[in-house]
Design a protein around this ligand. Sequence first.
Ligand SMILES: Cc1cc2nc3c(=O)[nH]c(=O)nc-3n(C[C@H](O)[C@H](O)[C@H](O)COP(=O)(O)O)c2cc1C
Length: 158
Amino acid sequence: MSFDSQQFRRALGRFATGVCVITANPLGHKPFGVTVNSFSSLSLTPPLVLWSLQKTSDTMDAFATATSYCANVLAEDQQALSGRFAKKGDHALEDADYRTGDAGLPVLHGALASFECEIDARHDGGDHIILVGKVVAMHAGEPGKPLLYFDGGYRQIG
Ligand SMILES: Cc1cc2nc3c(=O)[nH]c(=O)nc-3n(C[C@H](O)[C@H](O)[C@H](O)COP(=O)(O)O)c2cc1C
């Protein structure tokens, strides 16, 4: 290889993304969240989305048994929330963070959109696993500007 992983990571950071908090409440676990920017739309019919989880994540056990998750698209004023769920350690949601959505998953207050999903497939992806979700309920929150991630930092539109 003519590049190392740091150079690869830096180049990948040139791809601007939104930021999501993936929430879940699998049996035997308290509701929790993890910050990701690997969320992507996948298919319109059927309605599928995907994201990927580092295999070393402390949340891996919970996602190994989970049958569903909710992808919450963060608004520009939710950077602190993103930071909270990107830290190792406590991923627990507080009651004030969310309401229970139509499919029984934690839907974060203030998100631009939330997609409640049943896990449709898991694929190996190197040091990540790819979690494909079938969207079973959707909430397009209040219109607003998104939180962005680019070149290793949070950004805003405009
Ligand atoms: C903007 C941003 C995007 C991230 N995207 C991902 C991702 O797509 N997949 C992932 O597994 N971790 C991602 N992370 C890292 C996790 O949020 C973080 O490593 C994790 O929550 C803390 O480690 P733990 O899961 O072992 O507790 C991202 C972090 C930030 C700040």
